[in-house]
Design a protein around this ligand. Structure first.
Ligand code: ADP
Ligand code: MG
Length: 314
């Protein structure tokens, strides 16, 4: 086992045509290494191929071409070991309505060949906050409880790698925070590598050490979260003038606009124009500045820029 929890090389997936649907190439040669011990984010718009990639890791979708190594085990050479190394919380809420949470966890442990003596069902029930509902029928569980049960099911064989597909899509804030606390604890205390997909950019920015952005079945960026954000050169300065004023003349390379509340916004490249020069140009126009604020780029800016760039290429 090297330093990577997951190694993916030249991964492609083409879904076969069905009915009037033509074949669909969902992954177009993905190369991706995911470091062991990290919280890794897979970001991308709807239809980008995130679930396809995750479901291939989980062994739920059969790849078309390429190599996948999980915890050092090649999926084709050592299918049993590679499967035992990973737990997946799927995007779909597929829970058998006739099982209680306890039974669902026991059945899952059985599927993974965990001997009875090594099962940690009670510990998992506690961790996911379902001790009180251990004997309730799943059909009587709320959506949030079902989602927590799915997380529990992904943990029965104590995998080194935990994959979560949109774990917090459509869940309330309380549950989201509980899920995140659980996931952080697993990462910190047990060193579990976490891979998650999310379309909440703020969440990825807050949670993930490293991020890959995937669009139209291709990885278009992959870096540490801070480096991705640092890549963005744009900066916006917002100036609230003392009196109502018109937009002043600005140096070349500065985009100006005026907001409905009268504030002036100036966007420019940090590498080309100094903030001081922008402020000076405003002062030189005779404008008295009441307040001033800057807007640094965030992950959302990076995402929008990258996904709009790669549209033309697709
Ligand atoms: P994401 O999770 O990023 O939203 P998916 O991996 O679910 O993306 O889907 C990627 C592309 O593959 C989409 O165009 C989707 O319509 C298509 N796709 C996904 N699953 C299937 C399937 N079972 N059969 C045919 N096409 C599929
Ligand atoms: Mg998906």
């Amino acid at each position: 086992m090297g330093e990577n929890a997951i190694e993916i090389e030249g991964l492609t997936k083409t879904y076969a045509a069905s009915g009037s649907q033509p074949p669909k190439q969902a992954l177009k040669g993905v190369n991706l290494d995911i470091p062991a011990g990290s919280i890794f984010g897979l970001l991308g718009p709807n239809g980008a191929g995130k679930s396809t990639l995750i479901n291939i890791l989980a062994g739920l979708v059969v790849k078309t071409e390429g190599r996948v190594r999980i915890w050092g085990f090649d999926q084709d050479v050592n299918p049993r070991q590679s499967r035992a190394s990973i737990g997946v919380m799927p995007q779909e809420l597929n829970i058998d309505p006739f099982f209680t949470p306890r039974a669902a966890l026991e059945v899952q442990a059985g599927l993974y060949g965990v001997p009875k003596s090594q099962r940690v069902t009670d510990r998992i029930l506690k961790a996911i906050g379902l001790e009180d509902k251990a004997e309730a029928y799943a059909r009587n569980l709320s959506g949030g409880m079902r989602r927590r049960l799915l997380l529990g099911k992904a943990l029965v064989h104590r995998p080194q790698v935990l994959v979560l597909d949109e774990p917090t899509a459509g869940v309330d804030i309380e549950l989201r925070q509980m899920l995140w606390a659980n996931i952080r604890r697993l990462n910190q205390e047990q060193g579990t590598t976490i891979i998650l997909t999310t379309h909440y950019l703020e969440e990825a920015q807050e949670m993930c050490d490293e991020i890959a952005i995937i669009n139209h079945g291709e990885v278009i960026a992959r870096d540490t979260t801070s480096a991705l954000i640092g890549r963005m050169d744009a900066k916006t300065l917002v100036i609230h003038p003392e009196d109502s004023v018109a937009l002043p003349q600005m140096p070349a390379g500065v985009d100006s606009c005026q907001r409905a509340d009268g504030a002036l916004c100036f966007t420019y490249r940090r590498s080309e124009i100094a903030t001081g020069a922008v402020i000076e140009a405003v002062r030189n126009a005779g404008i008295v500045i009441r307040d001033i604020a800057t807007q640094e780029p965030d992950l959302e800016d990076v995402f929008v820029e990258l996904t709009s760039e790669s549209k033309g290429a697709a």
